[in-house]
Design a protein around this ligand. Structure first.
Ligand code: AMP
Length: 281
């Protein structure tokens, strides 16, 4: 497996694969790889001849007081894991390779980025859409793979691809969880033992909502309130948001009739975790 640091070398790698008639799958990540990322990579390997994973802690998607500097980085460990999941090349550029001096071009997906994580992390999705479109231009994959864990991100990327007529298929992989229900996240490593235990309230509260919906509860306010009450019962948890919107257009809804997203962001100490479920009616 190759580790590629420059755009020029990445383009050469892709050109050779294209010449050999290979299809390309791209899995964008920020590294600190876990089973969630590896599932995306294995899914990509099953669908495409060549899998490229990017590992890039993208500065433009972090706010000034966020964890850009402390975000876990482990390229050597990631390389071993990615190779075992079928990745043929890791694209690992330095920030200066992606954003050279005088960099001035950003992608703004409007409307759906004003809520949920976009509201609590202003500028986050501008950074995400910008880096993902750059990665799409550099790697030119047939298919790119994203996790439902970041459901709003999926909505943003799908909208960008549609609006800008990008010839790339987006595949979404369901949330990969620990055996006890906690959604896998690179940020789980920040949690103390007590916070790790408390964080189980996320999947537990979403399960309550899912069970209520299965029994016929359709009112968005009632489903939201079930989740809020459960999370508030956990003293180490501090709710940032609990919201229900239609999905993927993220419109306000009173009743869960068509596809809807119930998403939560909760802080445990300084660690911010997100989780969600999608109701398919
Ligand atoms: P990140 O490295 O956190 O930017 O995530 C890279 C990709 O992996 C994104 O498409 C995420 O949605 C996806 N991902 C992260 N955690 C999970 C998970 N637990 N299950 C499925 N996909 C995930």
């Amino acid at each position: 497996m190759k580790i590629i640091e420059t755009v020029a070398e990445m383009r050469e790698f892709i050109a050779a694969k294209r010449q050999a008639g290979k299809t390309i799958g791209l899995v964008p990540t920020m590294g600190a790889l876990h089973e969630g990322h590896l599932t995306l990579m294995r899914t990509a390997k099953a669908k495409c001849d060549v899998v490229v994973a990017s590992i890039f802690v993208n500065p433009t998607q972090f706010g000034p007081n966020e964890d850009l500097d402390s975000y876990p980085r482990d390229l050597a460990g990631d390389a071993v894991k990615a190779e075992s999941a079928g990745v043929e090349a890791i694209f690992h550029p330095q920030p200066s390779e992606m954003y050279s001096a005088g960099y001035a071009t950003y992608i703004n997906v409007e409307g759906i980025t004003d809520k949920l994580c976009g509201k609590s992390r202003p500028g986050h999705f501008r950074g995400v859409a910008t880096v993902v479109s750059k990665l799409f231009n550099i790697v030119q994959p047939d298919t790119a793979f994203f996790g439902q864990k970041d459901a709003q991100q999926v909505a943003v990327i799908e909208r960008m691809v549609r609006d800008l007529n990008m010839a790339i298929q987006i595949e979404v992989v369901t949330i990969v969880r620990e055996a006890d229900g906690l959604a896998r996240s690179s940020r789980n490593t920040y949690l103390s033992k007590e916070e790790r235990e408390a964080a189980l309230v996320l999947s537990r509260s979403l399960r309550l909502a899912s069970e209520a919906a299965a029994k016929g509860e359709r009112k968005a306010a009632a489903l939201k309130s079930l989740v809020e009450t459960e999370i508030k019962g956990e003293s180490l948890a501090k709710i940032e948001y609990v919201e229900i919107y239609s999905y993927p257009d993220l419109a306000e809804i009173e009743e869960v009739k068509e596809t809807a997203l119930l998403a939560v962001a909760v802080r445990f100490g300084t660690t911010r975790l997100i989780d969600n479920i999608i109701f398919n009616n």
